[in-house]
Write a protein that binds this ligand. Structure first.
Ligand code: F0G
Length: 336
């Protein structure tokens, strides 16, 4: 399957012959979730966007952001990130032979993402501060330096991410509701753009972690906290657009606790066979807590892969069973 720019060129701001930086992103599975459907008495689908090349939905936006950067003659890109954007920017920059710097909150990003960004050759800067401070600083820096900013304040990111809506509607004829985690609020804004372009209007149900829920509270959170490190954000860049999208779609933005996020995270893995990261499970946690509100067919966006953060996973589950290398010991260990 070709990458997103080639598949959707007529709906993306790229002409034939423009440079394309791609890793074959998009075309991710949309799978039915029988167990969760039964729990909420609604038809529930899971969009497995953690199966993108670097393990998150960010690749949809990054193919466009990096292709546009190359077209504009940029030599370097930068982003602030809670992990996924950093890994994605680093990979696509490596592919395009551009220099990449990423600024992440020190001690608050998952090991898998640090490993990716470093392996792809990015300059990784651990900020003694949070994501919101990192984003403010990179915005100021890119005003002074000729470095392309590839956070979702970059419009090409949203153009790429709207293709998630296209893919869902190619598979399902109708959709009543979309459950989606909200951090910096770029993705929900992008989905709404994609649905608008198709003339469909599912209700958008956005979910934030309780300790990082500025949109729910209606005010900035100076010290956001949540186990879902990807959405540990207190001052979303796309605040107004996201609120407009939820209002226009007759949707809602609501909060879920870390305990609810972790319960959904375990349930998805144990009952649906889907290992996503905690932030992604916020979409399902919200659906389980608040119900589908009359929507008969709902899609949950599982934004990132569980392998990003094995440490959180290993804290959630039982340990391994040590065993001597002989048949009776193995038999006992296996049969319990
Ligand atoms: N889910 C995951 C796995 C994410 O990494 C993010 C954002 C979101 C949801 C929220 O999406 O910001 O568009 O509302 N991660 C960013 C990053 C902030 O740096 O990787 P959003």
């Amino acid at each position: 399957m070709p990458g997103l720019i080639e598949r959707y060129r007529d709906r993306l701001p790229f002409a034939d012959g423009d440079p394309v930086v791609t890793l074959g992103e998009g075309d991710t599975p949309l799978v039915h979730a029988p167990h969760i459907s039964e729990l909420v008495d609604t038809e529930v689908w899971l969009k497995l966007d953690g199966t993108n090349p670097t393990g998150s939905f960010k690749d949809r936006g990054m193919t466009c952001a990096l292709s546009a950067a190359v077209r504009e003659g940029a030599k370097a890109v930068i982003c602030a990130s809670t992990g996924n954007t950093a890994a994605s920017a680093a990979a696509y920059a490596a592919r395009a032979d551009l220099t990449c710097a990423v600024i992440v909150p020190e001690g608050k990003i998952a090991a898998g993402k640090l490993a990716q960004a470093l392996m792809h050759g990015a300059r990784v800067i651990a900020l003694r501060g949070n994501f919101d401070q990192a984003l403010t600083l990179v915005r100021a820096l890119t005003d002074r330096q000729p470095i392309a900013l590839v956070n979702s304040v970059n419009r090409f990111r949203l153009e790429g991410q709207k293709t998630g809506a296209f893919e869902i509607m190619e598979q399902l004829d109708t959709l009543d509701g979309l459950c989606i985690p909200v951090g910096n609020a770029g993705n929900i804004t992008a989905y709404w753009k994609g649905f608008n372009e198709l003339d469909v209007a599912p209700r958008l149900f956005g979910f934030q972690a309780e300790g990082a829920a500025p949109l729910v509270l209606g005010k900035r959170v100076d010290q956001p906290e949540t186990i879902a490190s990807a959405i540990r954000i207190g001052n979303p860049a796309r605040w107004e657009e996201a609120m407009e999208a939820m209002t226009a779609s007759r949707g809602m933005v609501r909060a879920v606790t870390d305990a609810e996020i972790l319960a959904a995270y375990r349930l998805l893995a144990a009952r649906e066979g889907v290992f996503c990261e905690p932030a992604s499970a916020a979409s399902v946690a919200g659906l389980l807590r608040y119900g589908a509100d009359g929507a008969r067919r709902v899609a949950c966006i599982l934004t990132g892969h569980g392998l990003k953060d094995p440490d959180t996973a290993l804290h959630q589950v039982g340990g391994v069973i040590a065993c001597e290398p002989n048949l009776s010991a193995v038999e006992e260990a296996v049969l319990g």
